[in-house]
Design a protein around this ligand. Structure first.
Ligand code: ADP
Length: 371
């Protein structure tokens, strides 16, 4: 597929930086943007979403019209922002970036929409956090390329319809279940991003190492990939930390021994769990006897926001078979007790979930209530 521009034209609206990552620091943002893939061909993994998206884009190109609105969902760091930029790059159009929390008033959104050029891509990260009045304005914009601008206040207020250029909305969300039905229904394509396999992460690492000029051996790459929680952003972050170690403590080459020593120093264990993941599991196992416990209580115990625990830690802990989300709350599995090196409680029933276990039957991450 040809990419008319090397890089999409990107403009940010409001605090669009949040689109990169709410936790990202300055260094992270700069390096992330340098390491982003710029075409679907460059985009590693996610074969299903990539193939489907390629078709959507090709169809639109042939019809000479902007493609359907696209919703990308999945945990942070899996490539949603990168795909939004690639859509712009593949179509040769500008990408304007903002995020749900940055759109506080519908007037802000109306101004953004009326500034879009024909065929532009509007990327809204964390779209599930958009304010309700702005969301309602978005419905009409997505469907009819029109917004109602309200002039005046009270009984004399009038809505003046304003035509806007046809555009493609790309929404990203870590919590698809929190999207309202009417908003979700207006997306013509929904891509569910999955965690990456270690072999795919190795490809991401090899590509990043080449771009950063880091010498990375195959064993070194496999070691980092195995501890990256299935997430390219984490793989790239670990690569940078290991590179520091290699440059300061060794000859600059990232070998297996260097990767192992550096990751041990940075508290990344052999499953890739970091300090926060482990404190969530520790709290669950030690303080709450393995659960069930509500996510809000668990978050207080580790001094974090519930949504960080839910959106950043839990998806991988669930995928690794260490934690289960049940209708009564979070439960540590047998594998969690063993991983933390705690003896299984005597006489207590412990969930014997192995790796790959996901939600328990009858439960859903979005419908859980807090104990
Ligand atoms: P999200 O928007 O889902 O949080 P991003 O698109 O910001 O994730 O991805 C974070 C970083 O991970 C990017 O800067 C990029 O370097 C890397 N990355 C993500 N997906 C891929 C991929 N499929 N191939 C190569 N690198 C990727």
């Amino acid at each position: 597929m040809s990419a008319p521009f090397d890089r999409p034209l990107v403009a940010e609206f409001g605090s669009g930086d949040a689109a990169v990552s709410p936790q990202a620091g300055d260094e992270e943002r700069v390096v992330e943007s340098a390491l982003r893939p710029h075409s679907l061909e460059d985009f590693i993994g996610q074969p299903k979403v990539s193939r489907q998206l390629a078709l959507v884009l090709e169809g639109a190109r042939r019809r000479g019209r902007p493609p359907d609105h696209v919703l990308l969902s999945g945990p942070p760091g899996l490539g949603k922002t990168s795909l939004a930029l690639i859509i712009g790059s593949e179509l040769g159009t500008a990408v304007k970036i903002t995020s749900g929390p940055a759109i506080e008033r519908s007037g802000d959104l109306a101004a953004m929409l009326s500034n879009l050029g024909a065929g532009d891509v509007l990327f809204i990260d964390e779209i599930h956090r958009i304010a309700r009045p702005a969301e309602e304005l978005l419905y009409m914009a997505m469907e009819d390329f029109r917004v109602d601008v309200v002039v005046g206040k009270g009984p004399g207020a009038t809505a003046i319809p304003l035509e806007i250029n046809p555009f493609t909305l790309v929404g990203a969300t870590t919590r698809a279940g929190l999207l309202t039905g009417p908003l979700r229904d207006r997306f013509g394509f929904v891509g569910q991003m999955e965690f990456y396999e270690p072999a795919e992460l190795q490809q991401v690492l090899d590509r990043s190492a080449a771009l950063l000029g880091v010498e990375l051996t195959e064993e070194g790459s496999a070691e980092i990939a195995g501890r990256s929680r299935g997430t390219p952003r984490i793989a790239n972050r670990l690569l940078r930390r290991v590179r520091d170690y290699a440059e300061v403590k060794a000859d600059g080459r990232v070998t297996l021994a260097v990767a192992q020593a550096a990751l041990a120093l940075y508290d990344v264990d052999d499953l890739g769990l970091d300090r926060l993941d482990r404190s969530v599991l520790e709290a669950l196992v030690v303080r709450f006897g393995g659960g069930p416990v509500g996510v809000a209580t668990l978050a207080v115990a580790v001094g974090e926001e519930p949504h960080t625990v839910e959106e950043v830690c839990e998806p991988f802990l669930v995928r690794a078979g260490l934690l289960a989300r049940t209708p009564r709350g979070r439960v540590a599995t047998e594998a969690a007790w063993l991983h933390l090196g705690h003896p299984l409680p005597r006489g207590g029933a412990v969930l014997g979930a192995g790796p790959g276990t996901s939600e328990l039957p009858g439960s859903s991450s979005e419908t859980l209530f807090d104990a």
